[in-house]
Design a protein around this ligand. Sequence first.
Ligand code: GLC
Length: 526
Amino acid sequence: MSRHASEERRWWQDAVIYQVYPRSFADGDGDGVGDLAGLLARLPYIASLGVDGIWITPFQPSPQVDQGYDVSDYCGVDPLFGTMQQFDDLLAAAHALGLRILLDVVPNHCSSEHPLFRAAVAAGPGSPERKMFHFEDWPDRDTPPNNWQSVFGGRAWSRVDPSSETDTQWYLHLFSPEQPDWNWRNPAVGDYFEGVLRFWFDKGVDGLRVDVAHSLVKAEGLPDAASTTTVTDGLRSNAQVSDQEEVHEVYRRWRRVAASYSPERVLVGEVNLEPARAARYTRHDELHQAFAYAFVKLGWDAVGTELEAGRREHGASPTWALENHDVVRSATRFGGGERGALRARAGLLAILGLPGGAYIYQGQELTLPEVDVPLEARVDPMWTRGGVSRDGARVPLPWTVAPDNAFGFSPSGAAAPWLPAPAEWGSRSVEAHQHDGGSTLHLVIAALQLRKQLFEKEVLLSDDGGTWRVEDGGLLVCERNDQFLVAVAMGDAPVRLPAGDVVLSSSPLSAEGLLPPDAAAWVLRG
Ligand code: GLC
């Protein structure tokens, strides 16, 4: 098979995907919440970045308790976001622009409003309906069946009806009580989800991002967890709900489903595990990719030291991401202010040059910082249940310098945006970046153009391995192959780069040709 043909088959291996959090991307209908119409209108902007596709977080019908991650109908569109016709139009328009579309599938839990959960509640203890979820009896009606904690705080169990004398069952929810967990040990659940996958694949959706992919199957018998201390990272602290061997069977089945389509559909897992364990989810007959998850939480110094380990252990095809809708924006995480912004630019340029795929979270191309959303405006259930707030990474995108209509997020006359924007948002807007030749937006566009050219010239290849080293002065170097390397200045003083042509850098080189601290460069070697 020619190289070209094999690349077509494996486009996802080095795809750069733009993550759209639809409620904060663009508001088409003026209700203050982003939607599919807004996304459709702004599709040319995404295409102009030069990315290969879009991952859209959930827009399916949902009571919105967890901003859409509480799904009540996996095969629909919530009226808040639009209609199925609008989704079909969006898919066609994206494909016409050469953009692939990945959707989010949330198989660990649904909404307590999902018809199958409602049916289970109605059918009562012992019914087959209840076996679709984890309903448990417990002799002491005031004590939950085990000590598991919810990721969002508090216990992971709720009574079906605390006032009932006859129905004393509890049900499991790793997240909020409005998000009951499916029972993946019941084959009927697997059959149900195969239908969900096929529904979207039949429409022509190119792939799925799998939410909480490592937690679907719980330990047999639901034994107590060894520790109940961590609230915010509850899955990692509880081995009984994480990385059970049987979960791999789910992905083997899903891979067969994905492979039955032409072109093959792609599965990307949110596998929040150590890299060596996460790598097991991307064996040849399971998921295609898993996010190098650790990076979305790391601070700047750790990014340098962990990059190499991540590459080595993530196996097949690493999928780099420094941000998503769940974590503190990298400009803030990397120290905040001017320095944090420089590092965020550098980190983004670095991951766009590394072997593998990369994800850009909307607004990362604008180096948006985390917003300190006023307490009374916060809505994230993680926050309202006592944990950290993720609202600060979800503030609607600023499109215009002028503050009108939530900085261009909404049409004129619209309701207030669902999260308020800070006063300086306009200076960080798309418009401001477009007018500044040195902006991060221009850097991303240049990087993706160059990346494409380097692939066309076969300077970059999908199967580049990459070797890593840290040079004197804290220069982290990934030698992707003998023609191309990525370097990141992690130290406190400007450093000399390895010999070659600097084709792109996140900050200007010094007069002596040194790379300043907190900057990254792409170097072509002769
Ligand atoms: C994933 C999502 C997050 C959501 C959680 C529960 O981690 O990214 O936003 O709250 O799953 O569905």
